[in-house]
Design a protein around this ligand. Sequence first.
Ligand code: 13P
Ligand code: 13P
Ligand code: MG
Ligand code: MG
Ligand code: MG
Length: 369
Amino acid sequence: KKITLSVIKADVGGFVGHSGVHPELLKKACEELDASPLLIDHHVTYVGDDINLILTHELGCNSGEIGRLARNTLSACTEVAKKLKLCGAGQDLLSDAFAGNIKGLGPGVAEMEIEERKSETVIILMADKTKPGAWNLPLYKIFADPFNTTSLIIDPSMHCGFNFEVYDLAENKKINFAAPEEIYDMLVFIGAPGRFVIKSVYHRGTSEIAAVSSAQPLYRVAGRYVGKDDPVCIVRCQTGYPSLGEVLEAFSHPHLVAGWLRGSHTGPLLPVEVKDAHPVRFDGPPRVIALGFQLAGGKLVGPQDMFADPAFDNARQVALDIADYMRRMGPFEPHRLHLDEMEYTTMPQVMRKLKERFIDLPEDKETGT
Ligand code: 13P
Ligand code: 13P
Ligand code: MG
Ligand code: MG
Ligand code: MG
């Protein structure tokens, strides 16, 4: 019997600003899911202003019924958000023409259909104020870097390595890389996480799924690209996969990610426990939570709040120091994102206004070269 674990997330209104989710919305989401006969189990959580629905069922990936359930749940939450006039109510649910499949609409989705192992340990990573490319570096470390994951060296069931499926968001293509042989080629691409994003990772011995992120091709909805930010990722752990500690270890070094205020800045990814998942300083810094579960017949035994561990205090301190450092650059790159990557820009308007004042420079003189 196969179990599907689906994590579906959306921002349907922030409380206060873009910093959190109002408890009434979480309550509404739980009520809606409690009433559904489709699910084996569910857990509702949040990071920043994003509601995360963690669902188990037997309907497989891309299920129209699960898509509809998530959609209806998030729509019900949107109604509450509108009533409370929350910030950006319904911002991730723009299309009314819902065809059943939740992909292509605003909500982010990561899901995997698995044969539950004797012990099925999973970690669900959820981030706010950043984009799916934020998982590239940690997924690389977890599944391809022996200095993070000793098990790649010492565990006979992992020594064969992992396959990485990478999306090119600009060209709408995907490609597979085999680690370790092809890591140099792969890093050429995944080192540019604004365009090339790791979608999934597979065990090379069993071809079983090891991890899946909410990366998706960009769809234009209501004239803009949606559903691409504030990502989630599911990672399987233990027996054939990295240990739980090797998954979390990848977050002990707070790497720089795109997002933060107005999705237009670079900042460190701060690992926090759920109670601290309220990005406030300059609407950030971007943060990540990790919830661990043991699956038992599809039941979500948990969660355990993984970053509620003083061993991550040092990482948090480093992240805060980096945040101070980056903030001092104000509107200068690379703190402010490159022009092509910002979610907000006034460049076209300001350029139009000042066009006449730009004067041609004299032609280059003969340089003699
Ligand atoms: P325990 O000895 O505490 O069960 O830990 C086993 C292990 O492999 C930890 O990585
Ligand atoms: P969200 O993507 O989390 O809604 O954040 C938007 C924003 O503009 C924060 O400054
Ligand atoms: Mg928001
Ligand atoms: Mg958000
Ligand atoms: Mg966002």
